[in-house]
Design a protein around this ligand. Structure first.
Ligand code: HEM
Length: 439
């Protein structure tokens, strides 16, 4: 515990809010009521206090407030993941690394997301997108979340670890199982989601370790992330251990496929529900096709598609919030935030806190004066490394889908579930066909 509290902070009031019931605080509302945070922010502003079981917890929204938290990790805050999540990521993962180790690991990985590396991924992403789109049109009735999960999984395993057609193999299923249990809270029950995720993690560990051994034995190093990790050294100049390589690779594979599956599914959902947006997106594609530019040039000119993707991420951010623990008392927006408390910096509440019709799907807002309260990729020392890769994958798949295919959403329950990522309850049933083809 720190010895003395800064008197300038001590004189500030605690954030407004309520403690709830004696033993559980407001845990039931926090976990059970999707509108809880939004309603409390409406009542109290950008910072409010509650209690989850015994832990005093502060919810924070707003660009400035969230960036304060994100930029002060190691100073006022420490990343604080739930226990199962921490173990499932592994101790060497980025999620569990801090300080110089985190900075060093991010530096190693950043090589795989530079413009030249992204250019080298483009051809494979184009081919894979074309293959999946053809397949969906042949099948006609598909569950979009499952299909996009296979699509993103194939890309991630191939581009980051050199494994072909992962979605059709055991490793693909294992990664999905691991990801599905990543955010399970509380005790682990045999046969439950968390238990399955731990088993999947062990099998993934064995599989990736064999692949590391094979590459070392055959002296076969490519340019993918796995090879970069095998040949890298840690911040002390030592080779990375197999365990560290597996933890970091799993972190990237999970980030690369989980967030993308959610973001792309939300794109097909929201565009499918808004024909005015769909028409504008198709008109942009048709105009670019008439200009007959090389594909690499057209892809950077899809201004309305880019605005639509931003609006999708605003309404359904794949990562909704982050948790940190306060390690030194500080002040946020004029309130005292005591040491030992938990702070939840909220992306979705930040996005829905804007003034102008926050719940409406309006890509145009990103063309005129984009909302500043927009942080889908986080910020500070953990800002998303895969941001440009995400934009590339989205642009390639969605532009092809809009130019050559159409989709309808049959009657269904569109309720969204939130963990581990936002997803329509039944995975989003879609009727898919070639553009212009009869129903
Ligand atoms: C639309 C898609 C995506 C969204 C919305 C997204 C969002 C985020 C957010 C909010 C963070 C910060 C997390 C934190 O502060 O704790 C983050 C970190 C990160 N993301 Fe993404 N991400 C996306 C796609 C990807 C992809 C495709 C990859 C990899 C191929 C990736 C790799 C990473 C990595 C490596 C980190 C850093 C983790 C750390 O330093 O702890 N992301 N992402």
């Amino acid at each position: 515990m720190s010895s003395a509290i800064d008197p300038r902070i001590e004189e500030k009031p605690l954030p407004p809010g309520q403690n709830g019931l004696p033993l559980i605080g407001e845990a039931l509302q926090v976990f059970g009521d999707r509108n809880f945070t939004i309603a409390r922010h409406r009542k109290y502003g950008n910072v409010f206090r509650t209690r989850i079981f015994k832990t005093p917890t502060v919810f924070v929204r707003g660009l400035e407030e969230c960036l304060f938290v994100l930029r002060n990790e190691g100073h006022y805050f420490q990343n604080s993941l739930p226990e199962n999540t921490r173990k499932l990521f592994g101790e060497h993962s980025l999620a569990n690394s801090t300080g110089t180790a985190l900075a060093h690991r991010r530096k190693i990985l950043s090589r795989s997301f530079r413009p030249r590396a992204l250019d080298s991924y483009r051809k494979y992403i184009e081919e894979t997108a074309s293959r999946y789109l053809r397949l969906w049109a042949e099948r006609r009735d598909i569950v979009m979340y499952d299909e996009l999960s296979s699509f993103s999984l194939d890309l991630a395993w191939k581009l980051f670890a050199g494994i072909d057609n992962a979605s059709q193999s055991e490793v693909g299923k294992l990664l999905k199982t691991w990801f599905a249990g990543l955010f399970s809270f509380g005790p682990i029950f045999p046969g439950g989601r968390a238990a399955k995720a731990f088993q999947a993690r062990q099998k993934l560990f064995d599989f990736i370790r064999q692949e590391i051994d094979r590459r070392r034995l055959e002296d076969d190093f490519g340019v993918d992330i796995l090879s970069i990790l095998i040949q890298s050294r840690d911040e002390n100049g030592c080779e990375l251990s197999d365990r560290a390589i597996v933890d970091i690779l799993l972190n990237i594979l999970g980030a690369g496929f989980g967030t993308m599956t959610s973001a792309l599914t939300s794109f097909f959902l929201l565009v499918g529900q808004h024909s005015n947006v769909e028409q504008k997106l198709r008109a942009e594609q048709d105009e670019l096709a008439r200009a007959q530019l090389p594909r690499a040039d057209t892809i950077d000119r899809m201004v309305y598609l880019e605005a639509t993707f931003n609006e999708v991420l605003r309404l359904y951010p794949p990562i909704a919030a982050g948790f940190v623990r306060v390690i030194k008392e500080c002040e946020i927006a004029g309130y005292q935030i005591p040491e030992g408390w938990i702070v939840i910096w909220s992306i979705d509440a930040t996005h829905l806190g804007i003034e102008n019709d926050p719940n409406a799907f309006q890509p145009e807002r990103f063309l005129s004066s984009p909302p500043t309260d927009f942080i889908p990729f986080g910020g500070g020392m953990r800002e998303c490394l895969g941001r440009e890769y995400a934009r590339l994958e989205m642009r390639v798949l969605c532009s092809k889908a809009l130019a050559h295919y159409e989709w309808e959403l049959p009657r269904q329950d569109f309720t969204m579930t939130t963990l581990p990522v936002p997803k329509p309850k039944n995975g989003l049933k879609v009727r898919f066909r070639q553009r212009g083809e009869k129903q």
